[in-house]
Design a binder for this molecule. Structure first.
Ligand code: UDX
Length: 440
């Protein structure tokens, strides 16, 4: 075996491309296969079809080690460890759709020289069920990458999880060896536990978000400021500071899908996962609370012009899967509002999902004539807008719902805006204004 083991990557989507590019950067020959010929052609030319910071540079820098193909046979003759990175979208019932994984397994057949290294998020028990049909080679190696910082997350993981049939599994050892250069803690465990670690981690983070969102909603009623509350809670090391940012609900390709999948998986096994039922419900309600905040200031929304700033489910990505913006745009339109949206990266992708909403070329275009603005995604450029000057002049009414507590609320309030944050009562904002006035 060569010094650095060649690897195969099946599926050149977001996880597959990051995995392929990062292993190439670590010095491995990487054979990456996708079934879409146009995508493979583009990648061969060096065109990366998704926006992920640092990824295009990595692909460019490692072009000699990255081989893209539509042919599974080519990947199998180039590598024995085959990272399965196909997607597992939710079905209507909330279960994960494993059809793409099933076709990969069928294509690999009965080869004893190859192992599937499962990066895709799968229900607990998937590895066991594949093994019943296929004797050898299966390693669970879930990914914990965050969009927007995926390259960094791959290179600096908090931990690497490697699940194999037993501790001396040869393929498991080889997967562990691939990550040695990263000097991260390795959790070597059994396959089912590795599968559960992934689902439980995402479900726990989503729970943290729904929890802080409910604290935010109560804080609005009781006059507390959720950002202060989160700061005070987070410094307790047992709680931790991360994922305590209150907002208009979590979205993205993982949390909504994985929370439903775990809840459904528990249900299928006869266990009713009460907590996750609430986590999902709180998230859905959180998305809709924005409508009430707008109505508080505008009354009926019929004929009102509403600007949505941000479409992507979070900044630094053009991904709009399960983005709160889509739910909001639809709800606002059903209330009779005219919706204009702007996003620096993602609006193009979302165009057909936004109904009759108008996609504008700049934030200022969206804000011109607007009766209210809703900040949906915390893109840095939205903070840099000249709120007190040009924006105030251009908007029809100075009303802002800051869905991420991202804007400078004191500056906006001082400029005459009525600002609704998340988990901060309006009285408190004007109170902090008074404090500023008293201390200056
Ligand atoms: C997530 C996991 O973090 C990652 O480990 C897993 O591999 C894939 O799913 P990602 O979907 O890229 O990553 O986004 P993340 O940064 O985790 O944010 C998810 C959603 O939660 C976003 O909509 C974000 O706005 C929201 N969020 C996050 C909050 O509302 N508050 C927070 O404090 C953190």
């Amino acid at each position: 075996m060569p010094d650095r083991e060649p690897i195969g990557v099946i599926g050149a989507g977001w996880v597959g491309l990051v995995t392929a590019a990062c292993f190439a950067e670590l010095g491995h020959e990487v054979h990456c296969r996708d079934i879409v010929p146009e995508k493979v052609e583009a990648l061969r030319r060096g065109d990366v079809p998704i926006f992920e910071p640092g990824l295009a540079d990595l692909v460019e820098r490692n072009r000699e080690r990255l081989h893209f193909t539509t042919d599974m046979g080519e990947v199998m003759s180039g590598a024995e460890l085959l990272f399965c990175c196909v997607d597992t979208p939710p079905t209507y019932s909330g279960d994960a759709d494993l059809s793409r994984i099933e076709s990969v397994v069928r294509e690999l057949g009965e080869s004893h020289d190859h192992a599937i290294v499962m990066k895709s998020t799968v229900p607990v028990g998937t590895g066991r069920s594949i093994r019943r049909r296929r004797e050898t080679g299966y390693v669970a190696n879930p990914e914990f990458l965050q969009e927007g910082s995926a390259v960094h997350d791959f290179m600096h993981p908090d931990r690497v999880v490697v699940g194999s049939w037993d501790d001396s599994d040869e393929f498991g050892d080889r997967v562990v060896a691939l990550y040695e250069a990263l000097e991260a803690p390795i959790v070597r465990t059994d396959v089912a536990s590795a599968e559960m670690i992934k689902l439980a981690s995402n479900a726990f983070l989503a729970t943290k978000i729904s929890f802080i969102n409910e604290i935010a909603n109560v804080s609005e009623e009781l006059g507390a400021d959720v950002t202060e509350v989160a700061r005070g809670m987070g410094l307790d090391e047992r709680i931790g500071t991360q994922f305590l940012r209150a907002g208009i609900g979590y979205g993205g390709s993982c949390f909504p899908k994985d929370v439903s999948a775990l809840k459904q998986l528990a249900g299928n096994s006869g266990y009713h996962f009460q907590l996750l039922t609430a986590v999902i419900e709180v998230n859905e309600l959180q998305k809709r609370r924005t409508i009430g905040k707008l109505q508080k200031h505008l009354g009926s929304l019929v004929g009102k012009e509403i600007a949505l700033l941000g479409v992507a489910f979070k900044p630094n990505t053009d991904d709009v899967r399960e983005a709160t913006s889509l739910v909001l745009a639809a709800r606002l339109q059903s209330e009779g509002a005219h919706v204009r949206v702007y996003d620096p990266k993602a609006a193009g992708r979302a165009r057909e999902l936004l109904g009759s909403a108008q996609v504008t070329a700049s934030a200022l275009d969206a804000l011109t004539g607007a009766d209210a603005a809703v900040l949906v995604t915390e893109w840095p450029e939205f903070r840099e807008l000249d709120w007190a000057g040009e924006v105030k002049e251009r908007m029809a009414q100075p009303i802002v719902v800051d869905g991420r507590n991202f804007l400078d609320a004191e500056l906006l309030t001082a400029a005459g805006f009525r600002v609704e944050g998340i988990g901060r009562s309006s009285e408190r904002l004007s109170g902090s204004q008074e404090r500023v006035a008293r201390t200056s």
